[in-house]
Write a protein that binds this ligand. Structure first.
Ligand code: A3P
Length: 309
């Protein structure tokens, strides 16, 4: 329940099939041919990996974080490329008016009206991103996160936004069967991991951001070619803490009007922001299943991550 529309379709563009909404399949040529510019900056992730966190940091480094524009909803400053394809008229839980600029159907307009240098978010895997990305090579910040925490975070998002009512166990099963939206998870990550040495790609880890955010601020600034002094680093680090972002209406998606029930309304977008919340959710059996699934994908890969499995 609540998942059916999202997993009703998949695309096979590269060697792997990717789970996408059926709307996406219809709109694919639009995304495939989306114009890309050299001075764009993209944040690309598998969902729930710290996308919003990286977006706010990148935006503040590229634009003026103290300008009135910084108070605009992140979705307007840093639009979500394929958001339109995730709209859900079947459930129609958005409660948004059609003329609301944040209504998924209107994001295409926002994207086209963005002034350069543009900042764009996408969860699309490598094979489904606009073709011009790989010719024009704009800067891409890719963020990955421990899949166990991604799964837990995604579960709460599905309850909140998509009216998911089945069990957590069932959700874990879908995730591990790679039939979750934007799955397969490891293919998404490993494709960017392989490109991590390319000049236009910065590969980040959510866990490193929680460990030493100031170091990541410096790293992202260097990647984007921005000179920042220590005062700016410290301001940005503070601005991007979980506590500050939770209070910032421009980034915490308090405006989500999609929650179908009171219980779901109480789930915050800035939920916990912790590494290892999976320990509070996964049974031993589920942990073993995560391990097996991970080892299957990481075999033969030099991805050094989560070997604590
Ligand atoms: P949790 O649900 O585990 O709390 P995305 O933006 O990709 O949807 O990711 C959302 C996840 O990133 C949520 O995880 C959210 O709390 C976390 N997050 C967002 N901003 C954060 C920050 N400043 N510090 C730590 N975690 C953050």
């Amino acid at each position: 329940q609540g998942l059916s529309i999202h997993i009703s379709s998949f695309l096979k563009v590269g060697p792997e099939r990717v789970i996408m909404s059926s709307f996406f399949t219809d709109l694919y040529s639009k995304y495939e041919n989306f114009p890309v510019y050299q001075d764009d900056t993209w944040v690309v992730t598998y969902p729930k990996s710290g996308t919003t966190w990286a977006q706010e940091l990148v935006w503040c480094l590229i634009k003026d974080p103290k300008s009135p524009e910084a108070k605009l909803e992140l979705k307007k400053r840093f639009p979500f490329l394929e958001f339109e394809s995730l709209r859900d008229p079947g459930l129609d839980t958005t409660g948004m008016r059609k003329d609301d600029p944040m209504c998924p159907g209107n994001t295409w307009q926002i994207l086209h009206n963005l002034s350069a240098p543009r900042t764009i978010k996408s969860h699309l895997p490598k094979e489904l991103l606009p073709k011009q990305i790989w010719q024009v090579k704009p800067k891409i910040v890719y963020v990955c996160r421990d899949p166990r925490d991604v799964c837990v975070s995604f579960y709460y998002q599905f309850i909140k936004l998509h009216g998911y009512k089945d069990t957590f166990n069932h959700f874990v099963q879908l995730f591990l069967d790679d039939i979750m939206l934007y799955s397969p998870f490891w293919v998404h990550i490993l494709n960017f991991w392989k490109m991590r040495h390319e000049d236009h790609i910065l590969f980040l880890r959510y866990e490193d951001m929680t460990k030493d955010l100031a170091a990541v601020v410096r790293q992202v600034a260097a990647f984007l070619g921005r000179n920042v002094n220590e005062e700016q680093v410290s301001w940005l680090t503070h601005h991007c803490t979980f506590e500050e972002m939770s209070k910032n209406p421009a980034v915490n998606y308090d405006t989500f009007r999609m929650a179908p029930t009171q219980e779901a309304k109480e789930i915050k977008f800035m939920r916990k922001g912790k590494v290892g919340d999976w320990r509070n959710h996964l049974t031993e059996e589920q942990q073993k299943a995560f391990k097996q699934w991970t080892l299957k994908y990481l075999q033969g890969s030099d991805f050094p991550y989560y070997q604590d499995y």
